[in-house]
Design a protein around this ligand. Sequence first.
Ligand code: MN
Ligand code: MN
Length: 263
Amino acid sequence: MYHHVKKLMFTVDVGTPDPRFGNMLLEQFGGANGELAAAMQYSIQGINCDDPAIRDLLMDIGTEELSHLEVIGALARMHLKPMKTDREAAEADPLVAIAGGGGVTLCNSMGNAWTADYLKITGELDVDLRSNIAAEARAKIVYERLINFTDDAGTKDALQFLMTREITHLKAFTLGLESLGKHYLSIGQIPPSKEVVNLYFNDSTGEDGDDGAADATGPWNEGDDWEVCDSPAFEPTTRQDSVRAKSNGKVGAKKAPKKAVPK
Ligand code: MN
Ligand code: MN
């Protein structure tokens, strides 16, 4: 059940309207990482969620995002309003000015219509929570960029509040995911193939002085149980062949010898 309360979650106070900045704000109203997308993604995930505790988390945050939509909409409206009557302001975005009368519509900052294609809803709870953590990180960085592009104190205050809430949500979704007790490599039911999962394919090769420089090493490809395959595209056998050979016990080298790469 939804109920609208006639007050904003954060009071919006704009000193001098800036129509061009108002147009940028639309990115968080009807854009891919905006508040409507967040509200719909979490709420629809919540409807699908069989875990009552995580469902509550999804509905709490999904509903809060609707309140964010209202705040960013009010803020964008204040900045866009002069477009309705002022020719110079209207030139900041003719679509908003002429078609929309200086109001907000569900478009992004480039005038592209909002689409449900923005939403990531898989019906797999841990996978959805990972999507939500990434969505919150994207929303945070968009707010940060917006804050850097305005000098209006009231606008900065509202954006700082909204940006901070995204970090709060990121924290809640991260802890919600951890509470499921799943290993970070455990996705779905079918286990990965043991012969393949720890193979690191060095598919982009180079040396110092090349574009992108020498091949990098780090925890993503060395130590533990990693096995590095250098330039598998130049090996005489296909990956499928070598995987079959490995599973037959014919290949056991921990690290393939480094090969010269044809220029
Ligand atoms: Mn939000
Ligand atoms: Mn959020």
